[in-house]
Every structure is written in structure tokens, then in C-alpha cells.
Ligand binder design. Sequence first.
Ligand code: SAH
Ligand code: SF4
Ligand code: F3S
Length: 465
Amino acid sequence: MKRLFIKTYGCQMNEYDSARMADALAPLGYAPAETPEGADMVILNTCHIREKAAEKVFSELGRLRAEKRRREAAGEGMVIAVAGCVAQAEGAEILRRAPFVDIVLGPQTYHRLPEMVARATRAADPDRRGLVDTDFPVESKFDHLPAANASGIGAFLTVQEGCDRFCTFCVVPYTRGAEASRPAADVIAEARRLVGQGVREITLLGQNVNAYHGAAPHRVGGGPAEWGLGRLVRALAEIEGLSRLRYMTSHPRDMDEALIAAHRDEPKLMPFLHLPVQSGSDRMLEAMNRRHGAADYRRLVDRLRAARSDLALSSDFIVGFPGETDADFEATLALVAEVGFASAFSFKYSPRPGTPAALLERQVPEAAKDARLARLQALLREQQQGFNAAMLGRRLPVLFDRPGRYEGQLVGRSPYLQPVHVAAPDALIGQVAMVEIRDLKTNSLGGALVAGAAATASQQERLSA
Ligand code: SAH
Ligand code: SF4
Ligand code: F3S
């Protein structure tokens, strides 16, 4: 048995891909390892979204070189592969700065990995150049990778990849390529398999997931050739045994009526939506090429809340985009105050090579970015704490997914992804039960099972609505 260590950076899509790569290498005799020490193969699945994320890869490679030397001194080999978005964006640079890397492959070519590993381990010459995926033909990776295997109660399922939106700050359209959706039938088949393996909650993934437009499963009597995300969600919700559905990440402009209606009609679709707005200033939104204004976002939130009154929102924000003034930043604070977010991620703008915004004049000084980020995060933290505190005394459906730290305790997730600790029997793992929230911890909630809580999942999810 050979040992495979994968380190994953960046978004959930990379997590999904890492699991697929592990599955693809299993037939070659690779089993997962917890650390790079003593591993026969190490894959860094990288992220290029901000400068810090990309730089981490080179420092990790420095550490791996030492480990590879140790292994080689002991007469053992170690294959190092760099995958993901840095590999796509800076493949040549990686081989130049780190010539001991054996394999460089971008996110669209993971199905080539077994072949590349076989070639890398066959090659006897230790000075041979690294293998790069551009030496291999381009095909859809999903047609060749093994289907996802479940290892828990929750699972990710990639339904679309790439992005055609070209926000001016973002590398994703360059690293993940053009927007492409998987056929609905493939997604449904994978979801059924996952549920058959014990999965109860599926999060549909895509860089711009609500732009999903997959081929319809079967066209009888002139039905639509393609399905949008709303239609897909409805089909997936019919899978018996599946309790919960989520999706991320969405673009406000791609939130259509069918998807909003799915939030209204489909109790399995959780009332928690990650809907990044980035800024509350129309000027900045325009410069970012987001193609909507702050008022459009407010209206969209109103429509979503009208469809599902208990819907909570999270978002991403960028502060210090080129040309951002104090007034622009105040507009962001005003939007946050008005909308109210259950949680959020916020970042200082990081100029990325090859993106239009990196070339703009009037880059914001680092000190101003720091100050704005601190103010925004203080407000977002306050909102998050308020949101969690509002759960006290409420009854929430909790999907239990693992044992807790103490004997007789389980941990589950609320509809809003808050971890909830409850005294409950192991038999409830994989089930939804009603929990009365009784205490508030820093990053989680505590509660007690409501007597007679073992109703069906959908009944319980409805109770929370
Ligand atoms: N596809 C998603 C998210 C893409 S990346 C979307 O459309 O929202 C996740 C987040 O990283 C973005 O929402 C944005 O807030 C942030 N981000 C992307 N590029 C960035 C950059 N150059 N500097 C700082 N933050 C960035
Ligand atoms: Fe990047 Fe998201 Fe914009 Fe696409 S929609 S360019 S992934 S921020
Ligand atoms: Fe990062 Fe690529 Fe995801 S840049 S955020 S790993 S799409």
C-alpha cells in the first residue's frame, strides 16, 4: 500500500476535487495519509484567489523539498504534484521555482492523474522535467473521474464549473475556464448514489452555481432542453432519504424566479443562502463588473425573504477595491446594516496578475484597507452574534452528523449551519430532530431534544419555516 497525502486550499470545489483525485488514485494502490511525512505521493490542491493563498503554496513546497530529499536519501521516492488554480495560472513558474515538482495539473484535467502518476513513477531519470497536463488532450473530467464516494452525513456535489462573469478582480474565469454545467441526469445519479451510501445533506457546488444550465434528463413532449438550478433542486428533493439541500456560490444576477420559487416550495432546500454582494457602492459594483446595483441586491433579498420568511443570508465583501473612497465604503456599511447577515467573509482587495482591476490606478493604500476591513468585520461580527443569540429559546431542526466530545452527546447542524451540541443517542446520527436551543457558545449552540422529536425530516424542516 502506498501513502497519499493531499493538502487542500481554497474553496469547497477544491475539497470536492481532492476527494475525486484520491478516488482516482486508489486503484493504483494509494491510500490516504494524515501527514506528508513518509508519504509516497503528495498533492497540493491550490488556490489562486488572493496573493496570500498563492504564496502559501511556495512555502509548502519548500518544506516538501526537504521531505523529498530525506526520502530519496533513504532510497525511497516521493511524487510531488501541484494541482488546482495556482497550477493552472502559474504552471511554468512552479516548475521554474520548484523544479523538484513532478506533476503540474489544472482543475480540468484531474482524470489524467493516474496516467501522469504512472509516467512520473516510471521515469528513472531524477532530473527529468516535471509532467504538465498540457501534454494531454482536453476532455470533461467528470466523464472520466470515479463518482463521488460518501464518507459522512453531508456531501458536496459539483454541478457546474468555471465562470463567464469576469468580475474585474477575480481569477476564477482564467483558472477554472468557461462556465460548464453537468447534465442533470449525471447529477441526479451521483446524488442517488451518495444518499444510498448514507448521505443526508447535499451541497451543490459551482463557482457560479445558480448559472447552472445542465442538459435536461429526458425530453419528452418538447420539454426544455436544459434545466436551471431551481428545476434541478426540485428533482433532487424528490430523492427519498435525502433530508437537506444547499447550494453555493451564487451570483445575484443569476438568481431567477424558478430558484426563488424553489425556496418557497421546497422544504428540503435550507433557508440559508450565500449570496455575495462584494460592495454596497454602485460605483464600485460597476467597476467590479458585477452588473447590478446595491438597490437590485436589496430588492432581491426582499423577494427571497418574501418566498421564505426564515431565510438568512451570508455574503462576501471586498474592501479597498481600486478607487474606493470613504463614501463608497460607508455605502457598504449601510447595506450591511440594512440587510443583516447571519455570517460573512470579508477580504482586502488583492491585485491578481492578469485581471483588469490589477491595472487600475488609484489602488487603495494598505493602511486604509486595514482600517476599513476592521470596521466592516466588527459590524459583521456583531450581526452574527445577534443572529446566534436570537436562536435562544427557539426550536430548530438539527441534522446530527457526528458524536460530540462527551459520552452521550451528538453534534449536528441547524438549517443555518450552526453546530449544535445535544445530549442524544447515537441512533440519531443521520437524522433530523427538533432541538430547543438553550445556550450560546462562541462558535456553536447547545440545546436539548424536544420530547417526541422523532418525526420525519420534512415535517420538521417545515416546522422551522
Ligand atoms: N464565485 C463566487 C466566489 C469567488 S471567490 C462569487 O461569485 O461570489 C470568493 C470570494 O473571494 C469572492 O466572493 C470575493 O469576495 C473574494 N475575492 C475574489 N477575488 C479577490 C481579490 N482579488 N481580492 C480580494 N478578494 C477577492
Ligand atoms: Fe469570480 Fe464569482 Fe465573479 Fe465569477 S462571479 S468572476 S467566480 S467573483
Ligand atoms: Fe481558489 Fe480556485 Fe476555488 S482560485 S477559491 S481554488 S476556484
